[in-house]
Design a protein around this ligand. Structure first.
Ligand code: HEC
Ligand code: HEC
Length: 378
């Protein structure tokens, strides 16, 4: 499966471009104003004289059974060198203020790229407000984060580094720490064809690495797309039927299964009532945070269910501990609140049905590609 710029060219920003309204005098004025503010751009680690376009032949990211081609942005074709650089960065604690936290601290390959905590812990043991989602197959998602506030993996990558409760380090400091290391100097040069560590390059390399973290070829995939009828147990086959049946589990209404591949997410935002308090009061307003649309209160992005048996606890707040808890939650119709999604309603599922659904969810544990764990020294 090849690079497919058609699907993937949206939502990518050139991190060196300040964003202004693109019409008329107001825009001109904004540009002049920006020139006065140019020192502020240094904050982003952006360096206009340094190209942030990868050089060298783009590689084809191999896709396992059950997944579509990976969407690739036009300005960041993955190369061997950017992927290797991104991998090293992903596991590097130097991206955090006190050199204690790497991306992989919260997205650990041992836990299907999550952290096993209800809510993540960053530098100095600071606790965040949300559960760390997996980065597996996140390359397919049109929007990143539970509330979809980042439009691309490139944009997303900047955020945890400066987040005060995650890595808490300015882009300037990240750039100077990495730039002092001759190994990185050589890797950035190889990846982008000229000397220099810039934050834009860091973002692109991280995103390219993440695009290789794909998991498919699970028992479910072999059954559904590989013609292997024996791949699922009888309980899992019953669970799959319940998962799809609109009058039973109705799970596939949001956790999508397609004719040729399955992402187990529609990439959209829904209110299941998780985290809803009395009278629809939300401690976390979710999608509303970004859109300010009242009906989006308490909506969160549908997460993938691949490798779900390895990513407890569940939901945006880590509020449900086991898969059984999740299935019971849905059978009970979620948590009632004014914005509850119409696809969520209480349904009579027997103890056997619930156990079958849980068994089915276990069939979604897939293979991980090689070369996504911590890189060797150097
Ligand atoms: C302290 C823990 C922590 C660290 C460190 C961390 N993350 Fe995350 N990550 C999270 C949490 C929590 C979220 C969800 C936050 C939200 O939705 O508001 C998240 C979300 C994401 C997402 C979005 C996934 C999705 O399905 O929407 C990606 C991609 C990601 N992180 C990649 C990274 C990268 C790359 C790094 C390193 C530069 C990193 N993370 C560092 C905890 C962490
Ligand atoms: C209306 C859309 C919708 C339907 C229907 C739906 N889900 Fe979900 N699912 C979501 C959303 C949105 C979340 C995240 C909610 C949150 O964290 O607040 C989620 C979260 C989950 C999680 C936790 C994932 C994680 O990484 O934490 C599991 C497991 C899950 N759903 C399984 C199911 C099953 C099983 C069914 C059917 C019984 C189902 N879902 C039906 C939208 C849906």
């Amino acid at each position: 499966m090849g690079i497919s710029p058609k699907i993937g060219s949206k939502g990518i920003e050139d991190t060196c471009e300040p964003h202004f309204p693109s019409h008329g005098r107001a825009a001109q004025f904004a540009v002049q104003l920006a020139l006065l503010l140019i020192p502020a751009l240094a904050f982003t680690g952006c360096n206009r004289s340094v190209s942030e376009i990868p050089v060298g032949p783009a590689v084809t990211i191999k896709v396992p059974l059950g997944l579509p081609p990976v969407p690739i942005p036009a300005n960041n074709p993955p190369t061997e060198a950017t992927i290797a650089l991104g991998r090293k960065l992903f596991y590097d604690v130097r991206l955090s203020q006190d050199n204690s936290v790497a991306c992989a601290s919260c997205h650990s390959p041992q836990l299907a790229f999550t952290d096993g905590l209800a809510r993540s812990r960053g530098v100095r043991g600071m606790t965040g407000v949300r559960n760390a989602p997996t980065i597996v197959n996140t390359a397919y998602l049109p929007l990143q984060f539970w509330d979809g506030r980042a439009l691309s993996l490139e944009e997303q990558a900047a955020s945890p580094i400066t987040d005060p409760v995650e890595m808490n380090q300015t882009h300037e400091v990240s750039v100077s720490k990495l730039g002092a290391d001759p190994v990185y100097q050589a890797m950035f040069q190889r990846a982008f064809g000229s000397e220099g560590v810039t934050f834009g390059r860091v973002q692109k390399a991280l995103a390219s690495f993440e695009r290789t973290v794909l998991s498919g070829n699970s028992a479910f995939d072999r059954y559904r797309y590989g013609g292997d009828e024996g791949a699922l147990t009888p309980a899992q086959v019953r669970g799959l039927a319940l998962f799809i049946d609109p009058h039973k589990g109705n799970c596939a209404a949001c956790h999508t299964i397609g004719p040729e591949y399955a992402l187990f997410t529609d990439g959209k935002f829904h209110n299941t009532g998780e985290g809803a308090g009395d009278a629809g009061m939300f401690t976390d307003v979710g999608r509303f945070h970004k859109t300010k649309i009242e009906a989006d209160k308490g909506s969160f992005k549908t997460p993938t269910l691949r490798n779900i048996a390895n990513t407890a606890p569940y939901m945006h707040d880590g509020g449900l501990k086991t898969l059984k808890d999740v299935v019971d939650f849905y059978a009970g119709g979620g948590n009632s609140n004014p914005y509850l999604d119409k696809e969520i309603r209480s349904v009579a599922l027997s103890g056997q049905d619930r156990a079958d659904l849980v068994e089915f969810l276990k069939s979604l544990t897939g293979e991980m590609p090689p070369n996504v764990g911590p890189p060797g020294k150097g």
